[in-house]
Design a protein around this ligand. Sequence first.
Ligand code: AMP
Ligand code: MN
Ligand code: MN
Ligand code: MN
Length: 280
Amino acid sequence: MSAVRNADLHCHSTVSDGLLAPASVVWRAHANGVDLLALTDHDELGGLAEARAAADEVGLRFVDGVEISISWGDDQTVHIVGLGIDPGNAALQDGLRRIRGGRDARAERMAEELAKVGIPGAYEGALRYAGNRALISRSHFARYIVERGHARDVKSVFDHWLAKGKPGYVSHAWATLEDALAWIVSAGGTAVIAHPGRYRLSAAQRMELFGAFKDLGGKGIEVLSGSHGPDETREFASIARRFGFLASRASDFHGPGESWIDLGKMPPLPDDLTPVWSVL
Ligand code: AMP
Ligand code: MN
Ligand code: MN
Ligand code: MN
């Protein structure tokens, strides 16, 4: 793909846990100067048609994407982004429907745990923030907990209640790495490891994850991510060189005021890396 100046290949809409509707995400990206955008809602393809139509209208190049939740190793949650997937692919659709299916029961358990620590009504409260009933997420709980005045922002809700090891955290079996890669590959997409700096893995576990991902047909890694600082960008640039991964540039934007970085506002990729959009 030629002459891409400002790619953003990871963001969310109200179809998962973003704050803006798919078309609004596209308009904001366009206004911010993004010239290649992927919408990558969690475990959902339902926003892609609206986003693509909006992108066509404003003349923004658009890539169909998804961010798949997987369980890996010792109860770690890892996210794998699929780019350039066919949203009509049955294996991908069925797989995602299956992993979405566990979210509602998980949410009920989270609400029970939160009630025990003095936050009642969290299931109904979170549901009010969920644009898609099938995709109730910890982000929706976080917004409700902020609304109730228990924390000043979404980030501190995670630190106190929703991160692994905190009272409202309920462990959950997502897809396997093998499943996610098989679905993405079968849908003609390119698999990318999302925000590798976010996982609490030892150096050895990280290498194991990258190796397993590559063996299963994984192609890329987010070098630039809204959740990476400069040190992590350098670290994952070096991982990309070592494993021969394509490099992605990814805000992981969820909404104004809630995200670390706005759409398209990341620095450029180190120029010796091969951008993932060269194969999209
Ligand atoms: P879930 O898929 O329901 O487990 O929710 C995961 C989502 O919660 C992620 O995609 C982020 O949007 C959000 N999240 C996870 N950890 C944090 C954090 N420490 N601060 C803010 N948001 C977070
Ligand atoms: Mn999210
Ligand atoms: Mn993620
Ligand atoms: Mn994301």
